[in-house]
Design a binder for this molecule. Structure first.
Ligand SMILES: [Zn+2]
Length: 191
């Protein structure tokens, strides 16, 4: 009998420095350093965040800027772009790491659905390989995971930049990015 498959139980884990006060999905896009925040791409209404505790390398989340708990609460243009950005994320994963398949899904309704951030909706996009296994127990050392996420960010950033929807592809500069530019680092997409 197969186990119920829920790779998105760990949604987002705070790193030690820069503790977040409030909703991470609201705070991170306003930080002014998308590379440090692990925001790899941005649309007009949604952004793509790499998971700090990935199920697999490339585990990303598509997130609206609006802090809403219900999928149906999104305006039509936000929802449409959410779907477009999800498709772009799948395309970027295929371009960067060539997975055998992709899981995508949402946890709605909090702990019963497996989510830990249940008041700001987000869609998980997780690359899968034949015979893969949960990345976290395999690579359980935090430093290794952070370095792995850094490399994933670079590869995925390049792959988003190759998409037709990419309109701005800033260099990856990290900590010294201009704090006045809230989009510093992330690939800007327009659909
Ligand atoms: Zn929020």
């Amino acid at each position: 009998m197969n186990q119920i498959y829920a790779p998105w139980r760990i949604e987002w884990v705070e790193r030690d420095r820069d503790p977040i006060d409030g909703c991470p999905f609201c705070v991170l896009p306003e930080r002014g350093d998308d590379v440090d925040a692990r925001i790899v791409a941005r649309g007009e209404h949604n952004f793509v965040l790499l998971n700090n505790a990935p199920y697999n390398p490339g585990h990303a989340m598509v997130i609206p800027y609006d802090h809403v708990a219900e999928w149906g609460a999104l305006a039509d243009d936000v929802m449409l772009e959410h779907g477009r950005l999800k498709a772009a994320t799948i395309a970027a994963l295929e371009g960067s790491s060539g997975p055998d398949g992709v899981n995508t899904g949402m946890n709605l309704g909090g702990s019963a659905a497996g989510g830990s951030i249940d008041d700001h909706i987000h869609t998980h996009v997780i690359p899968r390989w034949d015979g893969d296994t949960n990345f976290m127990p395999v690579v359980s050392d935090t430093t290794v995971i952070v370095e792995a996420v850094d490399r994933t960010y670079e590869h995925l950033h390049a792959a988003f930049g190759d998409l037709e929807a990419a309109v701005t592809v800033p260099p990856i500069e990290g900590d010294d990015a201009d704090a006045a530019d809230h989009t510093a680092g992330a690939v800007r997409l327009s659909f």
